[in-house]
Write a protein that binds this ligand. Structure first.
Ligand code: PLP
Length: 424
């Protein structure tokens, strides 16, 4: 089972046993359902027939419009919808013939998906400042080495903003990566599921702008609109004969695996991807909330000496306490697995260790899903969504303090002064 889902079960089990637990290990958006989405869903509930494999015309037109508003000319025929972006990522990898490069660390499902597709996942370390993509020079060297060994590299996955570091790749870095991919004939799979949760108004650059003929974008509504359980995902294929071929292979696989996205969800997708004011307003609120929590979380971790890459989107913070190894070792935390275990067993704080994400296991690194600070009840979540400064709400501060005290306990409370959330 995926380590994040396993951790989820462990947390549920602890709570059943009455053990207080701060769950910072699951990437669920945890926000109340937008009323307008519920309305569309209820009105479409009677639609019970199979939809076309690629999605209804209305849903595909809405998705094409969504990309067009982001500067990417898109034909509805280049769009495929599916029950979540996970199956689309898998089907795209399965349609390619060769090995797949991943950033290390990366979201925990990429490597198993690549293996399930019968390909080899190859983790390439991220750079010092940005996560979500292999460091381009390391990638170039790795491709040469792999070719020398007779491997057949086929694709590279880019995730911006990414899970786990929350980084947004700047144009120059992404351009370098795309140049390496282009020279090697790789397909870029650009996972943009956190794109609508950018923390600042800095312009976003998609790999599809830089390498249009070989970039497939995967995205969905699970994170941006907090409807992961409704399973709405989509992919945009390049408008080229290569893109058409890839799309047709994905559709062939879809027709044998999941047939189509659920019919009521086609209606929800058609509504949400058209981005009416209710949706754009929710996205604005969510962005402010996630930015505030990421900043506050960074400050707590940095005050205990963590190295953190600056999160600029999504809802994750990836912290690395390797520099504090000797203090942490005194409490039994000698690698990411023992650190995550100690945090859970002794302090009730659930996080996902970096070893589950392809990071070097000896690093004292883990991922925090900052949505764990939002609160569990509808009232808490709504208050967080609408507050001018969510990190100052009492229930959020209590949770931030919980993490603060856990880190103070493990680190022996030798604090460093934080100057805010900057790259380390
Ligand atoms: C980076 C990334 N990509 C894709 C997904 C899958 O999302 P879904 O299948 O709900 O669209 C997730 C969910 O955790 C994720 O973090």
């Amino acid at each position: 089972m995926s380590p994040n889902l396993l951790l989820n079960e462990q947390v549920a089990d602890r709570r059943l046993r009455g053990l207080p637990t701060l769950h910072l290990g699951f990437g669920e958006a945890r926000l109340p359902l937008l009323a307008e989405l519920a309305q569309v869903f209820v009105e479409a509930a009677r639609q019970a027939s199979y939809s076309p494999v690629a999605g209804t015309e209305a849903a595909r037109v809405a998705v094409a419009g969504y990309f067009q508003r982001r500067g990417l000319a898109t034909n509805p025929s280049d769009v495929v919808l599916a029950p979540g972006s996970k199956p689309l990522l898998f089907a795209t990898v399965a349609a390619l013939d060769g090995d797949v490069y991943l950033p290390a660390p990366a979201w925990n499902s990429y490597a198993p998906q690549v293996r399930l597709a019968g390909r080899t996942p190859i983790g390439v370390p991220i750079g010092e400042r940005y996560g979500g993509l292999p460091e381009p020079r390391l990638l170039r060297a790795r491709i040469e080495q792999d070719r020398g060994l007779g491997r057949r590299p086929a694709a590279v996955i880019v995730n911006s903003p990414d899970n786990p570091t929350g980084s947004v790749a700047p144009r120059a870095v992404l351009a370098e990566l795309c140049a390496v991919a282009s020279a090697a004939g790789l397909t870029v799979i650009s996972d943009e599921i956190y794109r609508d949760l950018l923390h600042t108004s800095e312009p976003y650059v998609s790999a599809a702008e830089l390498l249009p003929e070989r970039t497939v974008i995967c995205t969905g509504l699970s994170k941006s609109l907090a409807i992961g359980g409704w399973r709405i995902g989509t992919a945009r294929f390049p408008a080229s004969s290569y893109g058409n071929e890839l799309r047709d292979q994905v559709l062939a696989l879809a027709s044998d695996l999941w047939s189509t996205m659920a019919a009521p969800m086609q209606a929800v997708a058609a509504y949400a991807f058209a981005e009416p004011p209710a949706v754009t307003n929710r996205l604005r609120q969510s962005r402010r909330l996630h930015a505030s929590l990421a900043r506050a979380c960074c400050q707590v971790c940095q005050s205990h000496g963590a190295a953190v890459r600056e999160p600029a989107g999504g809802f994750y913070v990836y912290v690395d306490f390797t520099e504090r190894r000797s203090a942490f070792a005194r409490h039994g935390a000698t690698d990411s697995a023992s650190l995550a275990r100690l945090l859970l067993d002794d302090y009730g704080v659930a996080v996902l260790g970096g070893h589950h994400l392809g990071d070097a296991p000896e690093r004292l690194a883990f991922k925090i899903a900052t949505t764990g600070f939002i609160g569990d009840t509808d009232e808490e979540q709504l208050a967080a969504l609408t507050a001018a400064n969510p990190a100052r709400l009492p229930h959020v501060r209590d949770r931030l303090r919980w993490l603060d005290e856990a880190l103070a306990g493990i680190g022996g409370d030798a604090r460093t002064t934080s100057t805010g959330c900057h790259s380390a």
